[in-house]
Structure formats: C-alpha cells, structure tokens
Design a protein around this ligand. Structure first.
Ligand SMILES: Nc1ncnc2c1ncn2[C@@H]1O[C@H](COP(=O)(O)OP(=O)(O)OP(=O)(O)O)[C@@H](O)[C@H]1O
Ligand SMILES: [Mg+2]
Length: 455
C-alpha cells in the first residue's frame, strides 16, 4: 500500500514537473527564436546598408570596399548582377552558400527578404536585398554561418539542463519536507487512535493547527479524555461497590460466627440474627438501587408523564415527610405558587423530592428549618429545597451527583447512606427533561434547585 505522504508527494511532484517542463520548453523556444530573429534582422539591415552604398556609387572600388568590410566580420556578402553573375564575394563560395544562391528570385520588396532561416538544418542563415542602379540591377546576399547560433543554443541547453536539475533537486527536498509536515499530524492521530483501540486512553495528540486537522486532533483528544474519564469512573465505581458490599458482609459474617456459639441466651441470639437481617436488607437495598440506575442508563426505563398541578402534589409529599422532620425538631415549610402545572411521572418525581428531603433531614441539626419553594420563572418551573444543615464543602460540590459519592465516607454507616440518592435524583430529573443543580455553604446550608418546563 502506498503511504499517504508518498502519494501526496508523487502527485505534487508530477504536477510541478509538468508545469515546469512546459514552461521550460516555452522559454527555451522563445529565447532561441528571438535570438535567430535578431540575427536575421541584423543580417537584413546589413544587406540593406550595402545596397544603399552600392546604389550611391556602383563601381569596383565600392564593391571592393564592401568585400573588405565583410571579410573582417563573421557575416559574408555576395553581390550578383541581373544575369546572376557573382560580382563580389567576401569569402569563397561553398556548397551551403550555393544552395542559397540557387534560389530563383522574383519580385522582391526593397527592404529585402529572409531566404533561409532553418539554423538547425542548414549551414547558413541568409537574407537577400535587391539593388537598382542606372546601369544594372541585382542582389546583395548576406550570409551568417549557423555554427555560432548552434554553439549558442547548445550553451543555452546546458544552462537549461543545469537549471532543471537544480529545480528538480530543490523541488524534491521541498516536497519531501512539505508532505512530511502535512502528514505528520495524520500519523500522530493514527498512532493515537491505535492506542485508544488497544485500551490505552492516556494519549495526547499534539496537533495545534487551526484547520480541519487541528479540529480532528481536538476531537480525538476529547474522545480520549472522555474514555479515560469513563474508565476512571468505572474503576472508582467498582472500588466503591466492593467497599459498600464488604462492610455489611463483614458484619454479617462476624455476627453469624457469634450467633453460632452455643453459650448464647436466646435473646442474645435473636439480637445478633436481627443485625444479620438488617445488614442483609442493606445489601439488598444497595443492589436494588444500583439495578435501578443501570436500567435508567440503558434507557429501559419508561416514565409515564401526566399533567400535574404542582401545589397539591408538593403538599402530599410535604405531609408524608413532615412527621420525620418534626421528630428531629426540624421545621418544614412549603411555599408554592398555586396555579402551576408540570408534566411529570408523579411517583418517579416524588422519589426525586424524597431523596433530596431525605438528605435535608439527614444532614441538618435539630432546631433548623427546611423550605420547599416552587414558582414560575419565564417559561420554566423552579422547585428549590433549602436546608440550614451542615452544608457541602466546595471541593465536593461537583461530585455529589456521582454514584456512590459521599462527602464524609465515615458518616455513611451512621446515616445509612450509599451515596446513590442524588445520582438517582439527577437521572430521574433528566429523564423528565429538566435539570438539577446544587449550591451550598459549609455550616450554613444547602439548596437543591430543579428546573422543569412549565406545562
Ligand atoms: N442537604 C445536604 N447537606 C449536606 N450534605 C449533603 C446534602 N445532600 C447531600 N449531601 C452530601 O452529598 C452526598 C451524596 O448524597 P446522596 O443523597 O447521593 O447520598 P447519601 O445521602 O449519602 O446516600 P443515599 O441517598 O444513597 O442513602 C451525601 O453523602 C452528603 O455527604
Ligand atoms: Mg441521600
């Protein structure tokens, strides 16, 4: 399989090479052509100036003069008369020149024409200019050896070749570095996802660009963090569960050992068996609540909502829990708008409030007060339960809705809590499409606030 960097590099390379080659050929042809055109133009201009001189004074000395001039340069001249006889030549006529002189010439423009321009095939490039004097007329042929041009072109070719090699070399290096830089983030992300799939969630994807690659890296990082968090949560959860189960089981085992002794009075044995019974009951409750939460997680949990008038609903709960509060000498107040309706499953939502009120009762001291408030706000209904209890430390606040989380682990056996009440309450509120939040000040009290849509 071709690697992405290789594929990308190859594509860029081929594209640039094509563009490069086409423009090189274009440039090369242009340079060569303009050089040849320049040569031909100057050749023609020279021929024209010879003609002018000849037309001014057509005699042997002028011819000789022209011949002498041309023998000093790298161009050559041949002057013929109307009969085609050669009157002057600056160099002995050879095969290549004869070929040019053999051209039959008809009516020519005064400024002359190019007779031969194929520099790469012929020995000479040549022009011809007609002249006219009172005695005769004829032609001035100008020649330039193509050796020079050929040498120039081959020099040009060498330069072009060198430039091409350099360009290809640098292009190679640039493309190599570029594709490496482009594909490096992808390779890092591939590594990261491979690690993730192997269950190692401690990956970090150090891609910080602000483009699509950066976004992808960010998503992978978020996924990794979430998975890591879930893994951590699961481990904590299992640790908590085994701890929760171990404590009552230790009691059960201990008291069972004692109850087996033969020297016990029936009252003592009954007492120990009762403790065993209570602890088994505790385990049972824990398992039931966990099962309840698990079912909510699986979305197997259906609620049947109905339109409920809030005040009577809250009042019935108030009346149900009031004796327990009074028993602990805690006042309980209910302050609710009368004309508020909500869509709830009364028994499930009742459980939410029971769990919160249960906490208010458990974590408040005698002589305090707890208040249930319910009112409309915008298009929502806000239900709050405020106690004057012991409060929750700031560092624990974010976790109180987590399963099996308790602020003071040692307090649990005294109050009998598992740390599941609020987790269940939160799940249930969310199933109702609402939200729950908590505010607390240590030593002053706690407020739980539930926000639901008004019906
Ligand atoms: N009103 C409150 N005042 C002070 N602390 C509270 C209050 N409500 C909850 N907490 C703290 O938050 C923790 C989690 O509450 P949660 O109701 O989930 O568990 P729990 O009451 O300990 O056990 P469970 O409700 O399962 O019997 C509690 O252990 C307690 O420390
Ligand atoms: Mg509780």
């Amino acid at each position: 399989m071709l690697k992405l960097s290789l594929k990308l590099g190859l594509w860029i390379f081929i594209c640039i090479l094509l563009i490069e080659t086409v423009s090189m050929i274009f440039l090369h042809n242009n340079v060569v052509h303009s050089r040849i055109d320049q040569e031909l133009d100057s050749l023609k201009a020279r021929g024209n100036s010879h003609r002018d001189v000849l037309e001014m004074a057509f005699d042997d000395s002028t011819l000789q003069h022209i011949g002498l001039m041309e023998s000093q340069t790298d161009t050559d001249v041949v002057v013929t008369n109307s009969a085609g006889e050669v009157l002057l030549t600056s160099k002995e006529i050879n095969g290549g020149m004869e070929q040019v002189l053999d051209h039959s010439l008809s009516q020519l423009p005064r400024q002359g024409v190019i007779l031969q321009s194929e520099w790469n095939e012929e020995e000479y490039i040549a022009t011809v200019t007609p002249y006219e004097t009172v005695t005769d007329n004829g032609y001035v042929y100008m020649f330039r050896d193509t050796e020079n041009v050929k040498a120039f072109v081959s020099q040009l070719n060498r330069h072009f070749m060198l430039a091409s090699i350099l360009i290809i070399f640098f292009m190679f290096i640039t493309i190599f570095l570029l594709t490496k830089a482009l594909t490096r983030p992808l390779i890092l992300m591939k590594e990261a996802t491979r690690k993730l799939s192997k269950g190692d969630f401690s990956v970090s994807v150090p891609v910080q660009s602000h483009d699509e690659l950066g976004e992808l890296a960010q998503s992978i990082q978020t996924l990794a963090n979430d998975l890591n968090h879930i893994k951590q949560e699961r481990n904590d959860f299992l640790a908590s569960i085994s701890h929760e189960l171990r404590t009552p089981l230790t009691y059960i085992k201990g008291y069972a050992d004692i109850a087996r002794r033969t020297n016990l009075s029936p009252q003592e044995r009954t007492h120990y068996l009762q403790i065993i019974g209570e602890e088994s009951e505790r385990i049972n409750r824990l398992l039931e609540e966990l099962f309840y939460l698990a079912r909510m997680d699986q979305n197997e949990f259906l609620i049947t909502k109905e339109r409920v008038r809030l005040f009577p609903f809250l009042h019935s709960i108030y009346e149900r829990v009031l004796p327990a509060f009074l028993n602990k000498n805690i006042q309980l107040h209910l302050d609710s708008d009368h004309d508020v309706y909500v869509d709830i499953d009364p028994s499930r939502f009742g459980q939410v409030l029971s769990n919160i009120l249960d906490n208010a009762l458990k974590y408040s001291n005698e002589g305090t007060a707890t208040t249930i408030r319910a009112f409309k706000k915008d298009w929502n209904v806000v239900i709050s339960i405020t106690d004057q209890g012991i409060g929750i430390p700031d560092e624990d606040l974010p976790y109180v809705f987590e399963r099996l989380y308790r602020v003071e682990k040692s307090r649990a056996r005294m109050t009998g809590g598992f740390g599941l009440g609020l987790a269940i309450a939160k799940q249930l509120v969310e199933v109702h499409g609402g939200s729950i939040s908590v505010e607390s000040r240590l030593g002053e009290g706690t407020t739980f606030t539930i926000v639901l849509k008004e019906s």
